[in-house]
Write a protein that binds this ligand. Sequence first.
Ligand code: GDP
Ligand code: MG
Length: 186
Amino acid sequence: MNDIKLALLGSEGAGKSAVLVRFLTKRFIGEYASNTNSLYHKRLSIDGRQLNLEVFDPCSQDLCVPPTPWQSEESRCILEEPLDWADGFVVVYTISDRTSFLNAKNILAQIKESRRETCKGEVPICLVGNKQDLCHSRQVSEEEGRSLAQENKCLFQEVSAAENYLEISNLFTKLIRHVMEQLKHR
Ligand code: GDP
Ligand code: MG
């Protein structure tokens, strides 16, 4: 049985918990506890292999916004733990909130920085532009999301946790496959 550890990162309110709960339960509930760190467990089978999935859903790391990224000690403490722990990351922003996109950009840089010496291959990450249903108030184009993902060699998908399950499920499956590949080489 493989153990796979993922961490969700992104601005408070970006929809981390909504995306994760959608993946784990196929449901959208609407409101999610935002004041605690949560660790979710799920057993699943991908490509005929049994996996023990653990996903860390932190309460918030909204403090790391330009132009003074990573300045706050508090934001460092919140982030460093999942950075060391996880095998792969889901970085979530909201397409209707530019600040959350800039925050995602910083988080990607932080992940790369912290993994540079420890990880030989690429760090499995997927960048998720959430709340696609709010495209009437879009502040981040799909193209911008895609090119940020390309620059950082990560998967990318715009999704709506409120309206869709399949895209989110496919994205997690791809990420988990990528993690399994990386773990083989360790
Ligand atoms: P987190 O702080 O990143 O975990 O964000 P939450 O998952 O708690 O979501 C923040 C708010 O955005 C909640 O009110 C959710 O109901 C809402 N939300 C999450 N995903 C979507 C989505 O895809 N579309 C819309 N319209 N609202 C969403
Ligand atoms: Mg949350």
